[in-house]
Design a protein around this ligand. Structure first.
Ligand SMILES: O=C(O)C(=O)C[C@]1(C(=O)O)C=C[C@@H](O)C=C1
Length: 275
């Protein structure tokens, strides 16, 4: 039986394109219309693995997704970086001046802010998914509305692209995590990246001490993200990604950090794809 891989969105969404790219083989794609549902279904073993966007080069981190990975005890088993090409699409034969409303995923709208500043007559409406917005406009035959989505979605749902590549910076890209319910098993690939989470006591220099340990253990930090601990106002959790050459170095750092931090969690050890 094909592996069931959860995505946020439907066919033609960026998650769908990433799933096709990452797995290179037959998978059963399971569509979800929220990140919460994506995490819940994976944790409940209704899917085997899932693809989840975590950060975009223009719009920044998707903070709630860090919390979901933690809350549902999901494991990071891989990552994938992909260029993201945003396009304005609608039922054929209309001009941008006629479009009154644009529907899309909030992360997609954020990536096109500069474009929409030049078209202030258009009202932006946040939707569950880029491709789903495109499909709905097509199925309902709605005029004067448009979606922001991938060229694949325009093709799949028969919409005309009114403006192409409308993202603010040409090199727009999104980092996706591949998630499972178990830690990655050795698969012959050299694993060289880890995602860690810890809470810090509010003590002077506690974060600096952690960063010094990472440096002393030869770990290269590629990302640090703080997240408020909701039941303890003004206390934070930290999510850190590190690249390592020797597994021993990572182990050494983890052992020391366990003593220095509260609730150290290894979210996953996987192959670095950042070039
Ligand atoms: O709506 C989609 O097509 C998605 O796959 C979601 C999503 C996101 O959550 O960031 C994925 C990649 C792009 O950055 C824009 C939107």
């Amino acid at each position: 039986m094909n592996k069931k891989v959860g995505i946020q969105g439907i066919q033609g969404s960026f998650h769908h394109l990433v799933a096709m790219d990452y797995y290179h083989k037959d998978i059963a794609v399971m569509e979800h219309l929220s990140f919460h549902e994506l995490a819940q279904k994976l944790a409940g073993r209704e899917t085997n693995e899932a693809v989840m966007a975590i950060e975009n080069s223009i719009a920044g981190s998707i903070l709630p997704n860090y919390a979901l990975i933690d809350e549902y005890n999901l494991s990071v088993i891989g990552e994938h970086y992909t260029p993201v090409n945003m396009n304005l699409m609608a039922i054929e034969g209309q001009k941008i001046e006629e479009i009154k409303k644009v529907f899309s995923h909030p992360m997609a709208l954020l990536q096109c802010k500069e474009f929409f500043k030049k078209h202030p007559h258009i009202k932006l409406i946040e939707d569950a998914d880029t491709a789903e917005a495109a499909r709905r406009i097509s199925e309902e035959g709605k005029l004067k509305v448009a979606a922001v989505a991938s060229p694949a979605a325009a093709e799949m749902y028969g919409l005309e692209i009114l403006a192409k590549e409308i993202h603010t910076i040409k090199s727009n890209a999104t980092r996706f995590l591949v998630l499972g319910t178990e830690k990655q098993k050795p698969n012959g690939e050299k694993l060289d990246k880890a995602s860690l989470k810890f809470d810090l006591k509010s003590e002077r220099g506690s974060l600096v001490s952690v960063l010094n340990i990472l440096r002393d253990c030869c770990l290269d930090m590629t990302k640090i993200q703080s997240l408020p601990i909701i039941d303890e106002p003004w206390k934070y959790s930290f999510f850190v990604d590190v690249i390592f050459e020797k597994f021993d170095d990572l182990e050494k750092a983890i052992n020391v950090l366990k003593l220095m931090t509260e609730e150290l969690k290894v979210l996953g050890i996987y192959k670095n794809k950042l070039v």
